[in-house]
Design a protein around this ligand. Structure first.
Ligand code: ZN
Length: 499
């Protein structure tokens, strides 16, 4: 189901469409409020037909396209602004976590911290107090590894309080610390344009755009420090939220989203990778649930994967300009780890990482230099960034973020009745405990077990129990909430029996 399909699957699609018109994604029922303009989407995520077997109840799921409010917000993301943020962040010499914290407005991580906080505060002004900017910090002792001496780790956090479901929180982060070749070298030049001024630029641009809007849920735009020194800044933030029992319902980290160009010049400018982990650790999920996953085939239905499906359904379209949102079925790349990991470890399981499609290792974690032999320029310099690409990644983030915020919460405690042998499937879930979420009802969604994305949806109304005429033995089920505004939550896996 890749975007760059060969003609063979397309031929198969056309043959199947002829033989089996009901499988054609374009022969959908009349447009509903939450299937706005779906037929017009040039980048559908499920253009290839649903597997012809099994068949069952429900209509084909298509892309969920932005409404006019979201379209307007997406248009405000500016490549020029993103470039200006990255240009400034690249001028602080180094933003290494161990670099100077005070005494300069132009050099070191302290100067970068203060500039980001100042920018965020300026952006917050039109919010009339709804967006607040804080700089929480702690002293990290020397750790015998990448912290050579006790150092203050500061996160810059802009929090835009939700208007209707403020206790539901979504976090978008980038890290403002940088490094060169030696992770503990805190004096050499380390412009960190791609890694990770690009991610910070998205957080800044969101603060600017969202301050004038009133999202239903609380949105948090963060620049963390200490990423290159063992993820300390994000860990501090995740633990702070956990200790305060904050409901972080979704977390995106944008880290190395600056360029779609590989080392051989190959460009893949309309693809973004999203790293989404599989089953949570048993220590977090609980041993009973972890064991149940094995027997019911829930290995591909972690909260992070459901979020990945949601991102593709809501953000792979002409309004973001991203043609291929590649969900990667792993926590992170080999030898690497990002700021979503401390959130996953804190039990915030809907946490994923965005990273460019092909990395050029000459332009990250490298001293700025020209190679004597090859004449190649090394270093994480602004000149290697593609600001239109970063803006597209930002639009993917914003479409996904806003769509979560405006939808009702994910259904809780979804359970399938596995108490007897039947060819239908019965589910129960808890009534929503949110007020003001505009809940219209629920959908049971399903897909063949070997399909990456949900293929069918069955509206079941404003109920907490539903039976559908699809055998639980042959498909994977989920349940999602549907708002009166047409927004739908990510699905909750509907495969666990009562426990
Ligand atoms: Zn990074």
């Amino acid at each position: 189901m890749l975007y760059s399909a060969t003609s063979a699957p397309l031929l198969l699609l056309s043959i199947l469409s002829t033989l089996l018109p009901s499988l054609n994604a374009h022969s959908l029922p009349p447009t509903t409020p939450w299937r706005r303009q779906a037929e017009d989407n040039p980048f559908p995520f499920n253009y290839c037909p649903a597997a012809p077997w099994p068949t069952g109840e429900g209509s084909a799921i298509s892309s969920h396209l932005p409404d006019s409010d979201l379209q307007a917000a997406l248009k405000e993301i500016s490549s020029a602004n993103i470039q200006s943020y990255i240009s400034t962040l690249a001028t602080f010499g180094t933003r290494h976590t161990l670099s100077p914290q005070n005494g300069s407005t132009t050099y070191g991580i302290g100067a970068a911290r203060d500039w980001i906080a100042s920018k965020m505060r300026t952006f917050a002004t039109p919010s009339n107090g709804r967006m607040t900017v804080t700089v929480p910090s702690y002293i990290q002792p020397a750790d015998g590894d990448r912290i050579l001496f006790p150092v203050r780790i500061s996160d810059v956090v802009a929090t835009l309080k939700g208007s209707e479901t403020p206790n539901r929180v979504y976090v978008v982060s980038g890290h403002y610390d940088s490094r060169c070749t030696d992770p503990n070298d805190y004096t050499s030049l380390a412009p960190g344009a791609d890694d990770d001024a690009s991610g910070v630029a998205v957080a800044l641009e969101f603060a600017r755009i969202m301050a004038t809007r009133k999202p239903k849920s609380t949105l948090v735009f963060v620049a963390v420090a200490g990423e290159e020194q063992n993820l300390y800044g994000a860990n501090f933030l995740a633990q702070t939220y956990k200790n305060a029992s904050v409901n972080v319902a979704g977390m995106f980290t944008n880290d190395i989203i600056g360029s779609p160009t590989g080392p051989d010049g190959t460009k893949d400018p309309y693809t973004i990778r999203v790293f989404a982990q599989g089953p949570p650790a048993a220590s977090i999920e609980g041993t009973a649930k972890a064991a149940s996953r094995l027997s019911v085939g829930g290995e591909n239905d972690s909260p992070a994967r459901e979020l990945g499906r949601f991102i593709v359904e809501n953000a792979q379209n002409a309004y973001t300009g991203m043609r291929n949102i590649a969900i990667i079925y792993r926590q992170d790349r080999y030898l690497r780890g990002g700021d979503h990991l401390p959130f996953l470890r804190a039990g915030y399981l809907s946490s994923v990482r965005f990273t460019e499609p092909i990395e050029d290792y000459r332009h990250q974690h490298q001293n700025v230099r020209v190679d004597n032999v090859t004449g190649e320029q090394y270093g994480d310099l602004e000149q290697f960034c593609d600001f239109d690409f970063i803006a597209r990644v930002g639009r993917v983030n914003l479409a996904s973020l806003w769509s979560q915020s405006e939808a009702p919460a994910i259904p809780a405690n979804v359970t399938i009745d596995a108490s007897s042998l039947t060819n239908n499937s019965t589910f129960t879930w808890l009534p929503s405990n949110e007020t003001g979420n505009g809940l219209a009802g629920y959908e049971v969604v399903w897909r063949p077990t070997n399909s990456p994305h949900w293929t069918h949806a069955i509206p079941v109304g404003l109920v907490n129990k539903a039976t559908v005429q699809v055998s639980k033995d042959n498909v994977v089920f989920g349940v999602r909430s549907v708002g009166k505004n047409g927004y739908k939550s990510p699905a909750a896996f509907g495969g666990f029996g009562s426990q």
